[in-house]
Ligand binder design. Structure first.
Ligand SMILES: [Zn+2]
Length: 291
């Protein structure tokens, strides 16, 4: 299984239980982390002993890797792009500033090297509209299609990699019905749901409008403690409500109210689910054939 995300903590706040479950069941899991998380702020106390926020966050990611038991970690080293409209979007080293084709080529190379049966990334809205998440959604979806085509990025084939097509593609997503209700109630408590978070850059109204179907329900009850330990590895990102990680935690709680506290949910993008067909998988590897 290949998990393709943007920041050091997306793996733990998005799908820690799923990674822990499959790693425990003997699946080889690799994670792509495209940025080094250098825009995420961290309190002074966490930075002691580290040269930079990026160095701290990569150490946190290695801690989570050890807890969740994933086999490989691929880092691309882009700069975190920050939320939409922030000056960090335009930094030339940011993930958002990189061309779609460049990022797709890098994900394709990982797919051809690691040869996963199942690939997981963000939904088209990146969960809550983060530009880096949307970038990784697009690049990973394109790479999933292209990795098996020898005419795509032929320089990788010339360098000795074989074309390879993974069998299934999933998007991490969540049921937004509870959130919808919550967003409707917020003005009653004097909250503006369009301007939330520490930087007032999270728009809950927009988030609940981006709803995707759920096709897979992964029971992670047995790995709840492991998942929590992995999330605690990212301690520098847990301080103060409003940061993306805190926000992801909130979303996870909302999702869990509906589908069960220890269930992580996914949309199946490939093989595509025809309109009107109800799919309720319990296992991302359902129907996967051995090579
Ligand atoms: Zn993220």
């Amino acid at each position: 299984m290949l998990v393709s995300v943007a920041h050091p903590d997306d793996e733990s706040f998005g799908m820690a239980g799923t990674i822990a479950r499959y790693a425990n069941e003997g699946v080889k899991v690799a994670v792509i982390c495209a940025t080094n998380g250098d825009v995420g702020s961290a309190d002074e106390e966490y930075l002691q002993g580290y040269e930079s926020v990026a160095e701290l966050r990569m150490a946190e990611l290695r801690c989570a890797a050890a807890e969740l038991g994933f086999a490989e970690l691929y880092t691309f080293g882009y700069r975190d792009s920050g939320m939409p409209g922030s000056p960090d979007n335009n930094h030339p080293a940011s993930l958002w500033a990189a061309s779609d084709d460049e990022v797709t080529a890098r994900v394709t190379k990982v797919i051809r090297e690691f040869r996963p049966h199942v690939v997981v990334t963000f939904d088209p809205y990146g969960g809550y509209g983060h530009p880096d998440h949307i970038k990784m959604h697009r690049a990973t979806t394109a790479a999933f299609e292209r990795a098996g085509d020898p005419t795509c990025y032929p320089e990788q084939i010339e360098a000795g990699l074989e074309p390879y097509s993974p069998q299934k593609l999933y998007y991490m997503t969540m049921d937004r019905r509870v959130m919808k209700l919550f967003v409707r109630l917020m003005p009653l408590f004097g909250q503006d749901p369009t301007r939330m978070g520490r930087n007032k850059d999270i728009n809950y109204v927009e988030i609940v409008e981006h709803s995707y179907p759920i096709h897979a329900f992964v029971d992670t009850r047995a790995y709840a403690a492991q998942a929590e330990r992995a999330q605690m590895c990212h301690a520098s990102q847990l301080g103060g409500f409003g940061g993306p990680s805190r926000f992801m935690q909130f979303l996870m709680r909302m999702r869990r109210l509906l589908v069960g506290f220890y269930t992580e949910t996914y949309m199946r993008a490939c093989p595509p689910v025809p309109d009107g067909v109800r799919v309720r998988e319990r296992d991302l590897f359902e129907g996967v054939a051995a090579d």
